[in-house]
Write a protein that binds this ligand. Structure first.
Ligand code: S3P
Length: 451
């Protein structure tokens, strides 16, 4: 939750979105690039790193842990890592801001180094559950002293005699999987994480590129990811793909605003991330992909989206991990499709930056959309393009994806939609408003004169 001055924004009904745009780097990959770079010995060079508040928090954290991070004049970053097990005890508290990925991955990274680190975050992060990482990391021998036992601020006392782990994930979470893998890098022997449902595998792909010993095997219990301990990571040069979770807003807006045709370039198309695109296609979206040869270790494509008449669908529950951050924008698209869209099996949305089920239900209802809420999801009853009234002030609960979703709704509603705060957008996609305006979207600041 924001501890800064709020800036309401409003999005006006727009005629068309048109253009060809490049967007910033993938947030998940950027966090991992900074953390793994800080655990390698020597200089890791990163092009296209996302410079959003979340990633800047991770950069600040690895600096406090002893890595050197330089921003070069061409905008690339150089990270001089300290090696696995080489982190220094930080002289100050590590503030991860709004970022669950930053804190959960960093806690894993320090868990098997004998230092004490204190983590905190903003009001949203301080309310999010940490037991999902505490429980498996305790197995290594790490000590945790959190507020109310499992909340930030939390002191993590890394162990100097780590015990390697075999752990089956009880929730489909790439953050938890990655925390355990990162802890395993500085433990003896091998650490194995088993996941039943595939979650984003950027950590695994990147570790291979850094030269770690990692083995991935299909077993009866699920996918077993085994990492060799006492890893020596070799620094590398990499280019971060553009973020499919940010592209999701532009693509979705183009589908629901009449007469639109846009291209978003070099989007990461890792199959563990592209569930939204698949769902939109099932709804009848006109999407085309131009695949781009590259050596980032991740598939890339230019994504072309044109206005489409969409119909409601039932999203398969097993698709949830591959589009977990995209349910808010899908709920907006669903409101402008014909028929009902059912999104179930997504209880995890209740513990994101805010309770995203509640935030979408409240926001859509205030814009005149019929919605049913369940403990594990929502159903949106869409009436097609042009059917949403808008004319509402939506509470974002300082959640960047709620803010961007409702601004996209405003572009295709009858009347403007106002979001109570746009500053949260800086956590993941600082150029969002500028890029949308260049494509023809009408988005502006909002002055509440009734106060
Ligand atoms: C992320 C994993 C997901 C996602 C988050 C980023 C990551 O969280 O919601 O935005 O980079 O590992 P969970 O692992 O909690 O599902």
């Amino acid at each position: 939750m924001a501890e800064v001055e709020l800036k309401p924004l409003q999005a006006f009904p727009s005629n068309k979105l048109e253009g060809n745009v490049a967007i910033s780097g993938d947030k998940s990959i950027s966090h991992r690039a900074v953390i793994l770079g800080s655990m390698a010995v020597g200089e890791t060079k990163i092009k296209g790193l996302l410079e959003s508040d979340d990633v800047l928090a991770t950069i600040n954290a690895v600096r406090l842990l002893g890595a050197t991070v330089n921003r070069n004049s061409n905008g690339s970053y150089s990270i001089f890592g300290v090696g696995t097990g080489g982190f220094f005890e930080p002289e100050n508290i590590i503030d991860c801001g709004n970022s669950g990925t930053a804190v959960r991955l960093l806690v894993g990274a320090v868990a098997t180094t004998p230092i004490a680190t204190i983590f905190t975050g903003d009001a949203s992060l301080r309310s999010r559950p940490m037991d999902r990482i505490i429980e498996p990391l305790r197995g290594f021998g790490t000590e945790f002293h959190g507020r109310k036992s499992n909340l930030l601020p939390m002191t993590v006392i890394g162990t100097d005699e780590p015990v390697p782990q075999l752990y089956k994930l009880p929730v489909a979470s790439a953050q938890v999987k990655s925390a355990i893998i990162l802890a395993g890098l500085n433990a003896p022997g091998q650490t194995t994480v088993i996941e039943e449902k595939a979650t984003r595998d950027h950590t695994e792909r990147m570790l291979k590129a850094f030269g770690a010993g990692i083995n991935i095997e299909e077993t009866e219990a699920g996918t077993a990811i085994t990492i060799d301990g006492y890893a020596e990571l070799e620094p590398l040069e990499m280019k971060v793909p553009s973020d499919p979770s940010s592209a999701a807003f532009i693509v979705s807006a183009a589908l629901v605003v009449e007469n639109s045709s846009i291209v978003v370039r070099n989007i990461g198309m890792n199959p563990t991330r592209t569930g939204l695109f698949k769902t939109l296609e099932e709804m009848g979206a006109n999407l085309q992909y131009e695949w781009v040869d590259n050596d980032s270790g991740e598939p890339l494509a230019h994504v072309h989206a044109r206005s489409s008449d969409l119909k409601g669908v039932e999203v398969p529950k097993e698709r949830a991990p591959s589009m977990i951050d995209e349910y808010p924008i899908l709920a907006v698209v669903a409101a402008l499709a014909e028929g009902k869209t059912v999104m179930r099996g997504v209880k995890e949305l209740r513990v994101k930056e805010t309770d995203r089920i509640k935030a979408m239900v409240e926001g859509l209802t205030s814009c005149g959309v019929r919605v049913t809420e369940y403990e594990d999801g929502l159903t949106v009853y869409g009436k097609g393009k042009g059917s949403v009234k808008g004319a509402a002030m939506v509470k974002t609960h300082f959640d960047h994806r709620i803010a961007m979703s409702f601004l996209c709704l405003g572009l295709a509603a009858e009347k403007p939609v106002i979001v109570d705060d746009g500053t949260s957008i800086n956590t993941s996609f600082p150029e969002f408003v500028g890029i949308m305006e260049n494509l023809g979207a009408r988005i502006g600041s909002y002055q509440d004169n009734t106060k």
